[in-house]
Design a binder for this molecule. Structure first.
Ligand code: F6R
Length: 614
């Protein structure tokens, strides 16, 4: 939700900001803008509706010379995407410019008070309220920008990551964070500022993740200074980045999404590395080993997550209940936070989030912590808020996921949940050693199996042509394949804008069966598991009503293959590992259907990769 970039140094300010915005465009792309402070201390703001490329075109004939600058790519919260609502926003007298990621909840109250004091507003955003408030305080109290920012933030309720520059001061950026991410890159005589580290990874590998309630003073030629909202000096923890520039590029693929789908054999290898040892007979997950008591004593596990991560969570329930015999509840984080949840001290709450920044998931974590539960995080982005807010956890290690539709993060999450279930089972002795070894052995081979599944690419591309103009899709699965059906449907709708519903296959007869006709493709995920016979009946029920079936089956399947109109065959796996294998063809199917429809798969409309607002 919105990306922020800032730069102070002797490099080309505009180029660094624009390149950084492109890297953060996954966070929102309905408008973009830059504020540039030149050597005379003049601030120029250039901003426009649309993507960063529109901003570049807009700036083509502008004077973009600068000594310091801040920039923003927006995902609208307050006010429609438009030139005037785009960031940066000026204060009324044009003395300061600000970019902001987050939402100011009490903005209406503050705005009304500022209007009473004669302020005029030029946008519908909550951000402009903050700009005007800072300036109002600065003038009224005759104080420094830093003091005015601190005072304003003490009056604000909500989430923010902000960067502020001031007229007549081309040597300073003031930045602050509360519940929205902000990281400062420390280079040689230069500073970078961004919502994540990707905009500056080629310039420096040293950075500082700002914490909630901290304000950074970034001044040319001076060491970084961080204070808190109550003006106490804060410690500066320098982190070394382990990210490479090649991870942020398309590497010859036309889209990040396709690259990320094809990366899965490697990302799964990275995810498993060092965690499945002794030929697959033993699982080592430090987050579990370091907290044995918590997992031994847990009476219940609650999983909280959103979107694709929630689908991974549903699979987590099947895995943990199957392998560890612990009851598991899976909640949408957004509902959990307002459902007056009953949480016990011996509950383990697992929060799953690719970005590690999802506001609803962070709020659910807070509630679980307040109730005294042990909170464990599963994230991808190293150093993001969720790993820092949880007591323990593990990374999925799949590298930066840039395509807005989650693919490699989903399979990484499912893999980590499988390892988590196995290691808890090891600890609680709920699975035989032989069974653990059987699954562990297959896990070691999963990357090769996924490589094999990816060979279906050409067939799926051809098949996608048949389905491109369908208006509705039904995705069906049972047991472990039910969350895969939900995830397949979500992938299709978010990038192709075709309506798709995922259902447990047996539920179909309780309503959705009424929809079935030749016009509506039904995708059935039907590996040979303990529910295979049952799903055969479901397939027959769809066929009997003239449905058009695409089935994902195991190699060698003869029954469903004879009923379905189209089949995609995937390798045979132990049941608990099938979701990783069966979800990959569905990712490719969605990708090609969206491409056939001419959609922007990496930046689908209305979406953003990191949902840092409620
Ligand atoms: C779908 C997708 C979203 C995210 C959801 C949660 O492809 O990407 O549904 O899964 O917004 O995001 P994280 O995992 O970052 O908490």
């Amino acid at each position: 939700m919105c990306g922020i970039v800032g730069y102070l140094g002797d490099g080309n300010v505009y180029d660094i900001l624009i390149k950084g915005l492109h890297r953060l465009e996954y966070r929102g792309y309905d408008s973009a803008g830059v504020a540039l402070v030149d050597g005379n201390g003049e601030i120029s703001v250039f901003k426009t509706k649309g993507k960063v490329s529109n901003l570049e075109a807009f700036c083509a004939d502008k004077d973009i010379d600068a000594r310091v600058g801040i920039a923003h790519t927006r995902w609208a919260t307050h006010g429609e995407p438009s030139d005037s609502n785009a960031h940066p926003h000026f204060s009324g007298d044009g003395n300061i410019a600000i970019v902001h990621n987050g939402t100011i909840e009490n903005y209406k109250l503050l705005k009304d008070a500022l209007i009473q004091h004669g302020c005029e507003f030029h946008s519908e955003t909550d951000t402009e309220v903050l700009a005007q408030l800072i300036e109002y305080i600065r003038v009224t109290n005759n104080c420094s920008l830093l003091a005015a920012v601190r005072e304003a933030l003490n009056q604000v309720v909500g989430a923010y990551a902000i960067a502020v520059v001031e007229k007549n001061d081309p040597d300073t950026i003031i930045a602050a964070r509360q519940s929205s991410p902000l990281v400062i890159g420390i280079g040689n005589g230069e500073y970078f500022l961004a919502s994540d580290a990707t905009p500056f990874v080629e310039y420096t590998n040293e950075c500082v993740y700002l914490k909630d309630g901290e304000i950074a003073e970034i001044r040319r030629g001076q060491p970084l200074k961080i204070t808190t909202l109550d003006n106490q000096e804060a410690e500066i923890d320098i982190t070394k980045l382990e990210m490479s520039i090649s991870q942020l590029e398309k590497g010859g693929y036309p889209h990040f999404m396709l690259k990320e789908i094809f990366e899965q054999p490697d990302t799964l290898r990275d995810c498993i590395r060092g965690r499945v040892v002794e030929n697959g007979t033993r699982i080592i997950l430090n987050g579990v080993n370091d907290n044995k008591e918590k997992f031994l004593n847990a009476k219940r596990i609650i999983i909280v997550a959103c979107g694709t991560s929630w689908h991974a969570g549903l699979l987590g329930r099947y895995l943990i209940q199957d392998m560890c015999r612990i009851p598991v509840e899976v909640e949408y984080a957004s509902e959990f936070r307002y459902s007056k949840p009953i949480i016990y001290k011996d509950d383990v709450v697992i929060a799953i989030s690719q970005s590690g920044e999802t506001a609803d998931t962070l709020a659910a974590i807070q509630i679980a912590k307040e109730a005294g539960a042990f909170v464990f995080g599963i994230s991808n982005v190293v150093g993001s808020s969720i790993p820092r807010e949880t007591y323990s956890g593990c990374y999925i290690h799949v590298g930066p996921e840039i395509g807005v539709a989650s693919t490699k993060a989903f399979t990484g999450q499912v893999m980590v949940l499988t390892l988590l279930a196995l290691s808890i089972a090891q600890l609680r002795n709920t699975m035989s050693q032989d069974k653990i070894a059987e699954v562990g052995n297959h896990i070691l081979r999963i990357p090769d199996y996924v490589e094999k599944v990816l060979k279906l690419n050409d067939k799926i591309e051809r098949l996608s042509l048949i389905f491109t103009y369908a208006r509705n899709f039904l995705y069906l699965g049972r047991g472990y394949s039910y969350p895969v059906a939900l995830e397949g449907a979500l992938k299709l709708k978010e990038i192709s804008y075709i309506h798709a519903e995922g259902y447990p296959a047996a539920e179909m007869k309780h309503g959705p069966i009424a929809l079935i006709d030749q016009e509506m493709p039904t995708v059935i995920i039907a590996p040979q598991d303990h529910l295979y016979e049952k799903i055969v009946s479901n397939v027959q029920q769809v066929k009997a009503r003239g449905g058009n079936i695409l089935a994902i089956v195991n190699e060698g399947d003869t029954v469903i293959s004879n009923i379905a109109d189209h089949v995609l065959e995937v390798p045979v796996m132990p049941e608990c590992l099938t979701p990783i294998i069966t979800s990959v063809p569905l990712q490719l199917l969605s990708y090609y259907i969206a491409i056939n429809k001419g959609k922007d798969v990496d930046m689908p409309r209305n979406l953003a990769k990191s949902v840092t607002v409620e």
